[in-house]
Design a protein around this ligand. Sequence first.
Ligand SMILES: [Ca+2]
Ligand SMILES: [Ca+2]
Length: 170
Amino acid sequence: MKIYRRNDRFGAKGGFTLLEALLAVVLIGVSLTAIVAAMGAYTQVTGAGLNLSTAEFLIEEIRELSAALPAIDPDTGIATFGVETGEGSVADYDDLDDFDGQTFSPPVDVSGTALTAFSAFSQQVVVENVSASDFENVVSDHSSDFVRVTVSILLNGNQVSSASWIRARL
Ligand SMILES: [Ca+2]
Ligand SMILES: [Ca+2]
């Protein structure tokens, strides 16, 4: 049986060789790079999640803002699809199709007030009549009892989220 003396096995002074030290430095570097990359990815995911949450919030504001409004104008009925004369701002809107084709930038809240803190976002609204038997089928204005409201949220011009819902003309 061959017996190594300690100094034979690990070198005369013990400790690490230059190669071992370099290897350790490289390993630490690789680990740090991986950690920094992971943190960067996490930050991006968090940012995207925040934008999506904001978009959902802005969709809800339009949904609630329009929830109490009738499908057609209370004064002029189906005479006009869109904003009636004298309805200059969102505060004047009194039926669903008043919102058709409107872009709110900065976005507005449930009371129609501009949300300047979210000015990078905008709300685009499309209002369409859809077939009573097929809500995917868009029909001509005021020709059915069902209205589809679509709100798209844009962040710096790029769509973040979109939602549609159906309202019945009562
Ligand atoms: Ca109106
Ligand atoms: Ca209208």
